[in-house]
Design a protein around this ligand. Structure first.
Ligand code: ADP
Ligand code: MG
Length: 694
């Protein structure tokens, strides 16, 4: 029943069904059920018109409709009508669907009217109200659901109200038996969950606050549980999966370690290498996350693991989230390996034509041992002879799906090493990386001094710039970073250019060498400018956040962040991590406007008071919620319909345990009480496949 197409619901039909599919991915009855309201209008109260006041928001009125008339011409045309009750009168206005509305309204009819009050010259009116004849059937009372929707749907007449009607008509078609429980029966008691049918019914049409609460709880629980179940099963699959055996630590690794390693490894680096060594010597596939704060030295761990792969006859790849980072890794690795004659290539989207073909050929025939690149590496056309290891740097930009693609590059999945510089709060780690083993590099290379962080306001700018000059005078380099304004690339560019002009006034060109990188430059130009700074041929790098992750210039000791209030905590921390990479004292200066919101002030305080990335990440998650974090918004990695991993952390913990226990007891979900779950997961797998090819 729940697989039936939404097209067959009252008030839908083929055209609207198509819209629902393209706009909200709603296809079946089940999808309609799972399109949850995000708030409710209280339709229990009917107000007198005279009670409307300046702060009135949504109101429900009852009265008689008169003076229904069209006014204005052309684009200003509108339909107006007057509603009166025994206390007063109010104007109702429609700007769209005028003739349709007009035909449906009855002069002198008694109506229930619901809508948002606005004021024009102090006089209240309601635009596009919902109107129902007083004794119409189907009238909505109690709490009226409000659904997420899109502009397009609204403009095609699928209003919030139509949604409510559609859902209502669905509930007229189905009953308890059509909505089977998917959770094991025992869970309902153990975790105090209402049954699925009740939950769905109450989330759409709650009759009491208690029922609404129970519905929410149950659906959050279900959602988090399913995600944890998938993760637990994925993890089981990896650990059961045969992997390549890296039998020996061979010639390449040893030669590098003895002759080319430019420093002593820290204890933490050694420990992580040992963990990797153990993973890869078991014959099972490794899936390991290496967490280490910025500057903790993850790259060398990656490289040495790649050498381990090579020693055992395998190819290895390293994937970075941006072109600049990929280039930098490539250069670094190329340099470190120069004397060892290990072939390594760079493969990014901007490498094309013959060069690209050549690289692809050498990867296929196995003559190329290492390749460093961006997303370009997971494209279909990239085939390896025998990929034994995939390293993913700055992983949070890559989703589980993308990781999965790498696993498919071979007959057997390669070992996967994920490196992240953003310390991840536990709750996020559980949802993003629950399937991975975790290593932590919790020690910075010796000789590093803590970065001094200060917060300065606009008015102290000249002192800040004098300070930057004095540092440059000592032979150091400085970053000056401008924020990305998400909504407008053009504005970004303009603010960066204005900033650049300012910088040139503070630092005249005959005395200072300034270069600039930003997203609008083509890769080659950006690369050229970046190179100038890396080589020390520029004193100041003016940039947007393209330099955020991974860029490594040890001689740079000052990070000036302009409009710092515009950045999130994790981003600020990442930026700060660009300095303090050499042995000199480094500084991070956060410049903000003179007036700050409470939240921005709090963010600046946190930055000034701690350098601990884990604390910062926790605070960031708490302040912003998961949606905005780590670029997950666009990638949809953490898209939950109803759960919120910060607020519902206790549910997350509970479901994680339940899922792990279930998978341990019944890994293939064969027990009768798990049949519902099994069917659901199978269905989902089939559907996601189907959606991909459709
Ligand atoms: P991240 O963990 O942020 O990726 P990197 O791998 O870029 O850090 O390392 C940061 C800097 O520290 C690099 O210049 C690197 O050469 C240096 N480095 C790494 N490990 C050590 C070490 N054990 N001793 C000294 N310097 C190190
Ligand atoms: Mg790095």
């Amino acid at each position: 029943m729940l697989d039936t197409s939404a097209e067959y619901l009252k008030g839908v039909g083929p055209a609207k069904a198509e819209l629902l599919r393209t706009e909200l991915n709603i296809q079946s009855f089940e999808d309609v059920l799972q399109h949850y309201p995000y708030r409710y209008f209280d339709r229990t109260q009917v107000m007198k018109i005279s009670e409307i006041h300046a702060q009135s928001d949504f109101v429900q009125l009852a009265g008689t409709l008169i003076n229904i008339a069209e006014e204005g011409e052309g684009r200003r045309k509108r339909l107006v009508a007057t509603l009166y009750d025994d206390s007063g009168q109010i104007e109702l206005i429609w700007f769209q669907s005028i003739s349709w509305v007009r035909n449906s309204l009855r002069e002198q009819g008694r109506y229930i009217v619901f809508g948002r009050v606005s004021f024009f010259n102090g006089v209240p009116n309601i635009a596009h109200p919902e109107v129902d004849l007083v004794n119409a059937e189907n009238i909505i009372t109690g709490l009226q659901p409000v659904y997420p929707t899109t502009e397009k749907l609204k403009s095609r007449g699928i209003t919030n109200r139509s949604f409510a009607r559609i859902t209502q008509s669905l509930f007229e078609k189905i009953s308890l038996t059509d909505v089977p429980e998917i959770l094991p029966q025992g869970y309902l008691q153990q975790y105090k969950l209402c049954n699925r049918y009740a939950a769905l019914r109450w989330i759409h049409f709650p009759d009491t606050d208690e029922h609404l609460e129970a519905a929410r709880y149950r659906l959050k629980w279900e959602e988090l549980f399913l995600s944890q179940l998938k993760i637990a099963r994925l993890r089981l699959q990896h650990t059961a999966q045969p992997g390549y055996l890296f039998k020996e630590v061979g010639q390449h690794f040893n030669e590098f370690f003895s002759n080319h390693l430019p420093f002593q490894l820290t204890g933490a680096q050694k420990r992580v290498l040992k963990e990797i060594r153990m993973d890869t010597a078991t014959g099972r596939q490794m899936n390991r996350l290496v967490q280490g704060d910025v500057g903790s030295g993850k790259t060398i761990v990656a490289l040495m693991t790649m050498l381990l792969a090579l020693d055992n006859g395998f190819q290895a790849c390293l994937m970075a989230p941006t072109e600049i980072l990929a280039q930098q890794h490539f250069r670094g690795i190329h340099e470190l390996l120069e004397k060892m004659r290990v072939p390594v290539a760079l493969l990014t989207g901007s490498i094309k034509g013959k060069e690209r073909k050549d690289i692809l050929n050498r990867l296929r025939d196995g003559s190329l041992a290492f390749v460093v690149g961006t997303h370009a590496l997971i494209e279909e056309s990239v085939q390896f002879q025998n990929l034994g290891l995939a390293v993913i740097d700055e992983q949070h930009r890559f989703g589980v799906d993308q990781r999965a693609k790498l696993w498919q590059k071979n007959e057997k999945a390669p070992h996967v090493l994920v490196m992240t510089a953003t310390p991840i709060p536990r709750t996020l780690a559980m949802t993003l990386y629950g399937d991975l083993d975790v290593s932590v590099i919790d020690e910075l290379p010796p000789g590093r001094q803590e970065i001094k962080t200060v917060h300065r306001q606009e008015m102290s700018r000249s002192r800040v710039m004098e300070f930057v000059k004095s540092e440059i005078g000592k032979g150091r380099q400085a970053y000056i970073v401008y924020p990305l304004i998400e909504e407008s690339e053009k504005l970004d560019y303009e603010s960066l250019m204005a900033g650049y002009e300012q910088v040139k006034i503070w630092f005249p060109e005959h005395k200072y060498r300034i270069c600039m990188v930003h997203g609008r430059q083509d890769a080659a130009e950006r690369e050229r400018n970046m190179q100038r700074f890396i080589k020390g041929d520029a004193d100041i790098l003016v940039a947007t956040t393209v330099i955020e992750v991974g860029v490594n210039v040890p001689n740079a000791s000052v990070m000036v962040i302009e409009s710092a209030e515009r950045f999130g905590l994790s981003q600020l921390h990442q930026l700060r991590g660009r300095v303090g990479r050499g042995s000199e004292q480094s500084y991070c200066i956060l410049i903000t406007g003179n007036k700050l919101s409470k939240e921005s002030a709090q963010r600046m305080n946190i930055m000034v008071s701690t350098a601990n990335g884990f604390i910062i990440a926790e605070q960031d998650l708490a302040m912003r919620g998961p949606g905005d974090l780590y670029g997950t918004k666009q990638s949809g990695i953490l898209k939950f319909k109803i759960a919120d991993i910060v607020q519902d952390m206790h549910i997350l913990e509970q479901t994680r345990q339940a899922a792990q226990q279930l998978v341990a007891e019944d890994p293939t979900l064969q027990l009768p009480q798990h049949a519902g779950l099994r069917r659901l997961l199978q269905n989902e797998a089939r559907q996601s496949h189907w959606r991909k090819i459709s």
